[in-house]
Design a protein. Structure first.
Length: 281
């Protein structure tokens, strides 16, 4: 069966851009980039705390510089930070384990994989982990990412959000008229779906499907939040396996071939343009 998911109505009209180039992991100048999470370099989220800090690895950008960045962060079982603030706001998506992030006085509320939260700059909070393996995707729109004492708390006007995965509202063909396939679902997490404006969504694709993500954007980034996918494009050569925490991106008009392996896949998409999905079953 051949089905098409057209997200152009939620993302409005085409946003045409001139393709740029980025360096792929092959070392060649290419239009796309991809990396498996088992091939990234790890450091510490807060280097001043050494091995008492969560481990961190940039997927894109550079958390030590004044630029947008997406990174993976690993927490040991039983980790609980002291109260603290950050100089910038961030978003987090749970990939593995159980995470808590809230004001120091709040009761522990554990968020499982697929959950989403936001942490405003200047707001006092703690972060804790409650499983053997705990992994999140953390994203900032500007940097550097710094940890600062609670005494420097300030109000930047934003409000924190903790969204348990069970409370997410998923859109599909039975709910709205801009998705043609009942198998693929999405939920908007933040920002705007309009062309030229950044926004973030979660995209859920069931196992047994193979298709294409056709992007047309100045910025298109995807992180594998759940499951593993077979990934290929005209720049990868052979297909590659991207497990949870892996990343791929493109600029301009570009097609990404994807197929969930074994189980359903959950992708986080950050873009300022349009993307369509064509799936074969």
């Amino acid at each position: 069966m051949h089905t098409q998911v057209n997200l152009s109505l939620i993302l409005s009209a085409l946003f045409w851009v001139t393709p740029a180039t980025v360096k792929a992991d092959t070392g060649a100048e290419q239009q796309s980039y991809w990396v498996s999470s088992d091939k990234i370099e790890w450091g510490y989220l807060n280097p001043l705390r050494g091995d008492k800090s969560p481990a961190a690895a940039n997927l894109w950008g550079d958390r030590t510089q004044n630029k947008a960045t997406g990174m993976l962060v690993k927490f040991k079982q039983g980790f609980a930070s002291p109260p603290h603030i950050h100089n910038i706001s961030y978003r987090g998506i749970v990939i593995d384990g159980l995470m808590h992030n809230a004001a120091p006085s709040a009761a522990m509320t554990w968020m499982p994989p697929g959950s989403f939260w936001t942490q405003p700059a200047g707001a006092d909070h703690i972060t804790a982990a409650n499983s053997k393996d705990n992994l999140i995707y953390l994203e900032i729109d500007a940097g550097p990412y710094l940890v600062q004492p609670s005494a420097e708390e300030f109000n930047n006007g934003e409000h924190a959000l903790n969204l348990h995965q069970a409370n997410m509202v998923w859109q599909s063909a039975k709910d709205v008229n801009f998705i043609a396939s009942p198998q693929v679902q999405l939920t908007q997490l933040w920002g705007s779906p309009l062309p030229g404006k950044l926004g973030g969504t979660l995209l859920r694709i069931p196992a047994g499907h193979r298709g294409q993500l056709m992007a047309n954007a100045a910025e298109f980034r995807a992180v594998v939040i759940k499951g593993a996918i077979e990934y290929q494009s005209n720049e990868t050569g052979e297909a590659v396996s991207l497990n949870t925490g892996s990343y791929f991106s493109s600029v301009g008009e570009f097609t990404h071939d994807i197929a969930p392996l074994d189980d359903a896949s959950l992708l986080y998409i950050r873009t300022d343009g349009e993307y369509n999905i064509v799936m074969d079953q």
